[in-house]
Design a protein around this ligand. Structure first.
Ligand code: PLP
Length: 394
């Protein structure tokens, strides 16, 4: 089936090996180093994987599980894994620290880390710089909420507001960092700038490893939301290398206005989004993919799909006001996009058949962020304040 919002990847083969081009981007072997760096963060612990059996029954699925990254070390999003690890790795390689433990005991006032971010990644870089006693400057596009800006400032970062979109913030960050000798910790890559985005993605593999360990039976389907593709490449790459042909069928999810991966899949090469990336799903508001992720997603993801803005509130509600005894999950607009995609797929008979979504399916979703950054939108969608919904969590 090929719909205007759902497309198969014509290049993927279930039996394709996870070879050097993929391992060069994300590798299972890199996990150990990430774990050593995260051990320096006192707040680090695994996030829960929630089972939603009542929802699964209603949707005619075997199981729905949600990896809840809103609880990632009190930080509110999976992004902490990438930003903190990438900062630690740069410091370890450019100082004489013998290991991550030695690094954690020192301050690094001569280092300034910079990044462009829609909010979450900037908070992660600020947190990493704070943990290791360095300075950070974060470039925000005009759409980033005041709540997200305040959370970045609270971690000691300086903020530069850019009058434009995410790509404009990236351009400004690159300009200023080059002029001032700052180290850019970007989650997206460009020609000649790949090492650090690889570290960021390698950091994210922690959540895939945890989810696999927590899931019991291996999931049959995984839905992962994409901005530039770093999260999706980390999760799918990890599952591909670890599970080979037994890996779940993967579906990459994007907002319709920020469909850079959907368009890249259609054209068989990196391409721009068809829209202007105006979306409530700020973490996914990217017009260009991270080229580095092509060997994993472009060659290995199974399906690409888009969702509409109207799909967001029902998904937020389904998580925050669950059916039966299912646990409450508090998700922001980007966080709930995997659920939005699942609800969209399940409501369409052709899509269900094409993806083999039935009573034997075990679906894995990732709540990539909590709702603190968009409290008004959350309350409109769910009828609950973020605090009231959080109080219902187990
Ligand atoms: C909450 C959230 N979910 C998903 C993503 C997508 O990640 P990526 O840009 O690596 O594809 C982001 C990126 O900022 C995000 O903040």
């Amino acid at each position: 089936m090929t719909a205007s919002w759902l497309q198969i990847n014509p290049r993927r083969h279930a039996a394709a090996p996870y070879g050097p081009p993929q391992r060069d981007v994300v590798a299972v072997a890199g996990l150990e180093e990430v774990r050593a760096a995260l051990a320096c963060c006192p707040a680090h612990k695994p996030t829960p994987l929630y089972r939603l059996p009542a929802l699964a029954r209603r949707l005619g699925l075997g199981a729905v599980q949600v990896k809840d990254e809103s609880q990632r070390f009190g930080f509110g999003a999976f992004k902490a894994l990438g930003g903190v690890f990438a900062v630690a790795r740069v410091l370890r390689h450019t100082t004489d620290a013998s290991g991550y433990e030695a690094l954690a005991g020192r301050t690094h006032p001569d280092f300034t880390f910079a990044t462009a971010s829609s909010g979450n990644h900037g908070r992660a870089v600020a947190a990493g710089a704070k943990i290791f006693g360095a300075r950070s400057v974060i470039f925000l596009p005009s759409f980033t909420s005041a709540e997200k800006e305040a959370a970045i400032r609270a971690r000691g970062a300086e903020i530069v507001r850019v009058d434009g979109d995410y790509e404009a913030a990236v351009a400004r960050c690159r300009e200023m960092a080059q002029a001032r000798g700052w180290t850019i910790i970007s989650d997206t890559s460009w020609p000649g700038y790949e090492t650090i985005p690889k570290s960021v993605m390698q950091g994210y593999t922690v959540l895939a490893d945890e989810a696999l360990g927590q899931a019991g039976e291996t999931p049959t389907h995984v839905l992962v939301q994409a901005g530039v593709g770093g999260l999706a490449a980390a999760v799918l790459g990890f599952l591909w290398e670890r599970l080979g042909e037994r890996r779940p069928l993967s579906i990459v999810v994007e907002p319709q206005s920020a469909d850079c991966w959907f368009q890249s899949n259609r054209l068989g090469q990196p391409a721009l989004a068809s829209g202007d990336a105006t979306t409530s799903m700020g973490g996914l508001a990217c017009r260009e993919i991270s080229p580095l992720t092509w060997p994993i997603l472009g060659l290995g993801a199974d399906w690409f799909m888009t969702i509409e803005e109207d799909d967001v509130p029902p998904a937020m509600r389904a998580l925050a006001r669950p059916e039966g005894d299912d646990p409450t999950v508090v998700a922001g607009p980007s966080g709930c996009s995997g659920m939005a995609a699942l609800l969209r797929l399940c409501a369409n008979g052709d899509a269900r058949r094409a993806l083999g979504l039935d009573a034997t399916s075990r679906v894995l979703l990732i709540n990539s962020e909590g709702a603190f950054g968009e409290p008004a939108l959350f309350e409109r969608a769910t009828g609950l304040s973020v605090a009231a919904a959080t109080a219902r969590m187990r």
